[in-house]
Design a protein. Structure first.
Ligand code: ZN
Length: 429
């Protein structure tokens, strides 16, 4: 890595961090978010922001704070047949507090199951309507006898705060690269403990490194968090040169890059290049106004150059938003690969520049300078020679190294290393 980042064992480190935050019951507000940010903040300089309930943020209002201590469904013998302590997915996120005894026929109206995946617990939320509910395996619901059930949701919905975390790594330039992950899902590993852990380890790797751009890492609850950040930072948004929302970075699918709304922005070119050369199984898909917080960053009033990086696409894998999105579903090697995609993208963003060929009239004599032979016997020699010829041909002050790499279909790293050689030889400046 030319950024000098030590990536040895990084997949395992990311996995361990994801595993540490996995059990926490997060939602769009509440102590679960704060606790998660507290753990991420042990690795990076993370500022926690607290925005009061009722704050107007564009067309939205910061909601009440939701906190939950316990929840269960007990049968007539007093046994907990559904227990929040076994899985926080059992309670619909943002459920209002409740203590009641109900017949199964009434209780059923508030129970969510997945008939097509009868052994899994679904993940459900009720953020903007005051209701309550439980989630359980369809197999279990079918096995319940009729009768009365005691139901408790020991939760509070009060005025409080929306919390988000921000880590800003100042570079030479005020221009920023935004890296954003949602922090509002409870025990779901791929969506999105993986994204939180990958970005935290990326920030940890970059934090002591001199960079040209400023890197802003944002860990905010989905939708309302990004809207809140944009509302409070409207004047900063124009500094964002490019950005990525990340999610689902630990599974074995993809990788997938969804373009920004602009579609042909610099970040889109960088990500297309990285996927083509470093992740041959990767695909690039067009923007759509559905997904994660790129929806907010790419809303027409901002139209920021922010795309979405995932491995498997959300909603398209069977584990998505179910209890099967657990720590068995994500793997260190996939987290490692996702980390490397981001590092490769940052390498390009940091080192891309335009050069001028100092010998533009006909080709300079490379053999005399020992440049053709400098790499004799090297299996990469033919592409290195091509890299040299492309660089000399296109370094007219108009084409950047990435433009040249794309035109030549040669990885950016090789183009960049060859450019360094030609600069040392006095052929480029
Ligand atoms: Zn989700």
């Amino acid at each position: 890595m030319t950024l000098g980042i030590d990536t040895s064992g990084i997949g395992k480190k990311i996995f361990d961090l994801a595993a540490e935050i996995f059990p926490i019951c997060r939602s769009i507000t509440g102590t679960g978010v704060r606790e998660t940010l507290g753990i991420l903040g042990l690795h990076i300089p993370l500022e926690m922001r607290e925005v009061p309930t009722g704050t107007k943020v564009f067309d939205w209002t910061v909601p009440k704070e939701w906190n939950i201590r316990d929840a269960y469904i007990k049968d007539t013998s007093g046994r907990r047949i559904v227990d929040f302590n076994d899985s926080n997915l059992h309670v619909v996120s943002y459920s209002r507090p409740l203590r009641a005894t109900l017949p199964l026929s009434e209780l059923r109206k508030h129970i969510h199951v997945l008939p097509d995946q009868p052994s899994l617990i679904p993940y459900r939320t009720s953020y903007y309507s005051e209701t309550w509910g439980f989630c359980m395996a369809d197999d279990q619901l079918r096995s319940l006898p009729d009768g009365n059930y005691e139901v408790l949701i020991d939760a509070t919905l009060d005025d409080g705060h929306l919390s988000y975390g921000e880590c800003v790594l100042q570079g030479e330039s005020a221009e920023e690269i935004l890296l954003s992950a949602h922090v509002c899902h409870p025990s779901l590993a791929d969506d999105n403990c993986s994204g939180l852990a990958v970005l935290t380890m990326l920030a940890a790797a970059l934090k002591d490194m001199p960079t040209h751009y400023t890197y802003r890492f944002l860990f905010a609850p989905g939708t309302i968090g990004a809207i809140t950040w944009l509302a409070l930072n409207e004047n900063r948004a124009s500094n964002i040169k490019g950005g990525l929302v990340v999610s689902c970075l630990g599974d074995g699918g993809g990788p997938t890059y969804k373009k920004s709304r602009r579609g042909d922005h610099y970040i889109d070119k960088v990500m297309a290049h990285v996927l083509e050369h470093f992740s041959p199984s990767g695909t690039v898909i067009e923007f759509s106004p559905y997904g994660y917080d790129e929806r907010q960053y790419c809303s027409p009033g901002f139209n920021l150059p922010v795309g979405l990086l995932q491995r498997s696409q959300f909603g398209k894998f069977p584990e998505y938003h179910t209890s099967a999105d657990n720590l068995d579903f994500i793997k260190p090697e996939h987290l490692d690969a996702s980390f490397r995609i981001l590092i490769n993208a940052i390498e390009i963003i940091e080192h891309d520049r335009r050069y001028v060929n100092l010998f533009p009239k006909c080709e300079p004599q490379l053999g005399r300078r020992g440049l053709y032979n400098a790499i004799g016997g090297d299996k990469d020699a033919p592409s290195k020679n091509m890299a040299m010829l492309w660089l000399l041909n296109l370094s007219d002050g108009q084409h950047s190294l990435l433009d040249i790499a794309n035109r030549a279909k040669i990885p950016f790293t090789m183009i960049r290393n060859t450019a360094d050689l030609l600069v040392r030889e006095g052929l480029l400046e």
